[in-house]
Design a binder for this molecule. Structure first.
Ligand code: UDP
Ligand code: MG
Length: 320
């Protein structure tokens, strides 16, 4: 009897929850599942694979449903539309029930073969095990440079330690997941949120592969917005820039005013000054607009927060 209860318990609460956001990953569903399954069988723990279909316009959902017929451990969250990777991840984490949760990309850029190492570190007692990439194959020099720059800024400005070269691929314990679930902000910068919660962590290194099939959904505009999201959700230093800039400009104008007064006393008034006047006016106008823009970034975010809309809309759930 006791044994029976135990089995039913393990079925309900698997040891591992794999969370996979999927947006137009039709080509990758099967290859991904096959590689992942091999690894999970090797580990031999109970598991669930939560696939979040993030409003794909191809036949990702059909493929997932077929997969679920074969393996009931595959569970599906089908979004009503595309909400973006961060939100898809959030939904998967919300519905996960495993003792450890592993978010992973569907395009096989995060090799499932690392998972046993993540799990063994977790067994050693770490709550967070990062998977950090050694190489960034197939990525341009500029992308690497901007990434490095971003991590630097994050450390200085955001006061959170975002591990370098680490994506969302990692293992987090139930305790971390429960903390994350309480953070319901709409502007979600997952890497930052993961870093903010803290907990003892360890690292496993791996070699990042090229995308297995399909296309990346990233471009520089998205990357820029992503960075902006990160900075504004973790720091208000940009808001203070206006203040400091104001002080500097005021000081400089005071010095300049003194200079003009003295020059006028010594040499009299020379009227021309058109070029310098117009330059100063335009410059200050530009700076003021930038400062208003920075304010706008924050006000816009406050606006989306206060509306308190749900983070995501689920069309259908399978197995959850
Ligand atoms: N993804 C998603 N919603 C989106 C964009 C991407 O769920 O709006 C998923 C995508 O299917 C993949 C993961 O997020 O599993 C990473 O996306 P991608 O490979 O495009 O990003 P990159 O690896 O280039 O950073
Ligand atoms: Mg990818």
């Amino acid at each position: 009897m006791a044994k029976c209860r135990e089995t039913s318990l393990t079925v309900q609460n698997p040891v591992l929850s794999i969370v996979v956001p999927m947006y137009n990953e039709s080509e990758n569903v099967w290859p991904f599942y096959e590689r992942l399954k091999k690894v999970l069988d090797q580990i031999g723990e109970s598991y669930e694979i939560i696939c979040v279909n993030d409003g794909s316009t191809d036949d990702t959902i059909e493929k997932l449903l077929k997969l679920r017929e074969l393996d009931p451990n595959v569970k599906i969250i089908d979004f009503s539309r595309n909400f973006g990777k961060e939100i898809a991840l959030t939904a998967g984490i919300d519905f996960s029930s495993g003792e450890a949760v592993i978010p992973i990309d569907a395009d096989l850029q995060d090799p499932p073969e690392i998972i046993p190492e993540l799990v063994s570190k977790w067994r050693e007692g770490y709550d967070v095990v990062y998977a950090t990439r050694l190489s960034r194959e197939g990525e341009s020099y500029i992308k690497r440079l901007t990434a490095t720059l971003f991590y630097r800024i994050a450390q200085k400005v955001m006061h959170i330690n975002i591990p370098k070269d680490t994506g969302d691929f990692r293992l987090v314990s139930r305790a971390v997941v429960e903390t994350l679930k309480e953070m319901r902000e709409r502007n979600r910068f997952m890497k930052g949120l993961f870093a903010w919660v803290g907990f003892p962590h360890s690292v496993v290194y791996y070699r990042r592969e090229k995308r297995h099939g399909g296309k990346t959904k990233w471009n520089y505009w998205r990357l820029w917005n992503f960075a902006l999201e990160g900075i504004t959700s973790f720091s208000y230093i940009p808001l203070q820039i206006a203040t400091y800039f104001g002080f500097v400009v005021a000081l400089l104008s005071f010095v300049y005013a003194l200079f003009i007064v003295i020059r006028t006393l010594l040499f009299g008034i020379k009227v021309p000054g058109y070029a310098s006047t117009i330059t100063i006016i335009l410059f200050l106008g530009g700076v003021q607009l930038i400062c208003i823009g920075i304010l706008g970034e924050y006000i816009g975010r406050i606006y989306t927060e206060v509306k308190r809309r749900p983070l995501y809309v689920i069309r259908r759930k399978y197995g959850l």
